[in-house]
Every structure is written in structure tokens, then in C-alpha cells.
Design a protein around this ligand. Structure first.
Ligand SMILES: Nc1ncnc2c1ncn2[C@@H]1O[C@H](COP(=O)(O)OP(=O)(O)OP(=O)(O)O)[C@@H](O)[C@H]1O
Length: 268
């Protein structure tokens, strides 16, 4: 089987991209033409076929995401946010349309190719931290450094999330916010190009949620990691470069923020 991820070159022309991007650029006057494209989706659709019932989770999504952007995905429950994130992260495949990561074709990739794609390029953070309770904080992060191509030391990643002093503790000895920061360290230790976060503050209180958002913003700012964050909290939109509003499986609106707000300044 051809290695679609490794071999499919794609001529990407950012300005001639999605209608919704043109709408965003027209609205904000932002010129993104000189920036590298990380993700490009065209006519993306996902239908879950449940026999008699078909669920159109995603429809007609055109989207271009640029290197280093901080994107927030907002939308009602069931609007397709996780479906879109999962396709971009190689956890799911579209029913039609195309999705590209840089020069890699995600649409026709095999399971093995998607596994390699996720391993080499993507860091995931979910609402629940999924740490292994019997391993220390350092060992949880080293699970990734053991298989990654060019990781940073686990302790360095834990330093970036402010947990250098806690490396020999077990998850049960940490608060929820600290465990989520370990999960972020585990996601970024392999220096992924993209960090995909599905409701990373969903299980956290106000102050702890802000701390976790600060960490994600710092990774985005200091490592240049493209970040896409799903949230139900509209206040978080203020920290994004660009906000995508999903409704009924479609991108309803995109808004470019002229000024980003630091998470510490957000209120809700
Ligand atoms: N594996 C699946 N099988 C069938 N339907 C699914 C599946 N996954 C998602 N869906 C449906 O697709 C639609 C979009 O779901 P998705 O999880 O992407 O929404 P969401 O915006 O992330 O919602 P939430 O904010 O509640 O997490 C929903 O109607 C959902 O029920």
C-alpha cells in the first residue's frame, strides 16, 4: 500500500483557500498569505451511519489553519467540534472531502499511517487526564519519550508546565489541575507541531482552569506549537488568534481577534 502520509505532496496556496477563511480575512483585514499552512480541509464531511439513522456530524467544512495559530473551537453540544478535532488529529477519517496536515494527506491514510502521524506530529490533551496511577509523573511522561523521534527530556517538559518539583510524585498526590499539566507535558514532550485539546479545562475549577490555559498559551507562544482548543466556555475565545463557531456540523462563523487576552485576564 502506498504511504500516503509520507509521499503525497500537496500544493497549498493559503490565500486561495476556504471560503470561510476568505470571510475571516475579509472581516478582519488579516493577511495570512505568508504563513505556513498546517491544516487544510476542503469540503470535509463526516456521516455516522447507524443503520436506519444517519448522523451528519460535519458538513462542508473548508478550513485553513496556519503555523503557530491559537484556535478556539466553540459551538453547542453535538455541533461537530470533537469530530473535526479528531479528523485533524488522525483519530477519525472523513466520509468525504479532504484533510491535509502540511504535505500529508490524512484523508486516504491507512490506520498504520495515521498512527505514525499521531505519534510524530500531534499532542493530545483531553478533559480527563488518563495518567497511569502506578507510574510517577516523570515515568508517565517518559512513556512518550521512549517512543518519540526527538523528544525533549521529560523533566524539561514538566518544567515548562511548572511541575519540575513534582516529578517523583504519583498522580494521586496531585490536584486535578496539576494532573492536567502532567498530561500537557506528556503531550508536548515530543515537540509536536500541533497541540489538540478537547475541553482541557472541562473538569477543573475556575482558577485551576486558568492556570491550565496559561500553560497551553505558553506552549503556543514559546514553542510555536499550533494549538486548537475545544471549549464550551465562550470567555476563552478572547485568548485565541481565531475563533471558529460550529453549528449543526458547519462552520457558522470565524472571528479573528485583533488583540489576544491573557488567560489571567479572562473572566467568566
Ligand atoms: N461514533 C459516533 N457514532 C454516531 N454518532 C456520533 C459519533 N460520534 C459523534 N456522533 C454524533 O455526531 C455529532 C457531533 O458530535 P461531536 O462529538 O463532534 O460534537 P461536539 O460539538 O464535540 O459535542 P460536545 O460539545 O457535546 O462534545 C453528534 O450528533 C453526535 O451524536
Amino acid at each position: 500500500m502506498p504511504n500516503a502520509l509520507a509521499t503525497t505532496p500537496v500544493a497549498v496556496t493559503p490565500v486561495a483557500s476556504a471560503q470561510s477563511d476568505r470571510q475571516s480575512e475579509a472581516t478582519t483585514g488579516t493577511d495570512t498569505s505568508d504563513r505556513a499552512v498546517v491544516f487544510q480541509a476542503k469540503g470535509l464531511a463526516k456521516t455516522y451511519d447507524m443503520g436506519e439513522v444517519k448522523v451528519n456530524a460535519l458538513m462542508d467544512v473548508d478550513l485553513t489553519i496556519y503555523k503557530g495559530e491559537f484556535i478556539v473551537l466553540l459551538g453547542a453540544s453535538g455541533s461537530g467540534k470533537s469530530t473535526l478535532l479528531n479528523i485533524l488529529g488522525g483519530l477519525d477519517c472523513p466520509s468525504s472531502g479532504t484533510a491535509q496536515f502540511a504535505e500529508h494527506d490524512l484523508t486516504h491514510a491507512s490506520d498504520d499511517e495515521l498512527t505514525l502521524y499521531r505519534r510524530d506530529h500531534v499532542g493530545f490533551v483531553f478533559q480527563f487526564y488518563n495518567l497511569i496511577p502506578s507510574l510517577t509523573v516523570r515515568e508517565n511522561v517518559e512513556l512518550v519519550t521512549d517512543i518519540a523521534k526527538d523528544p525533549m527530556p521529560a523533566v524539561e517538559a514538566l518544567g515548562l508546565v511548572g511541575l519540575a518539583e513534582r516529578v517523583d510524585h504519583f498522580p494521586s498526590q496531585l490536584s486535578g489541575g496539576e494532573q492536567q499539566r502532567v498530561a500537557i507535558a506528556r503531550a508536548i514532550v515530543k515537540k509536536p507541531e500541533v497541540l489538540l485539546c478537547d475541553e482541557p479545562t472541562g473538569a477543573l475549577d475556575y482558577q485551576t482552569g486558568k492556570l491550565v490555559l496559561e500553560v497551553i498559551a505558553r506552549i503556543n507562544r514559546e514553542m510555536g506549537t499550533t494549538a486548537i482548543v475545544i471549549t464550551h466556555n465562550a470567555a476563552i475565545a478572547g485568548m485565541a488568534d481565531r475563533v471558529l463557531y460550529l453549528s449543526g456540523g458547519r462552520i457558522e462563523k470565524m472571528v479573528q481577534n485583533d488583540h489576544k487576552v491573557a488567560p489571567s485576564e479572562l473572566t467568566w
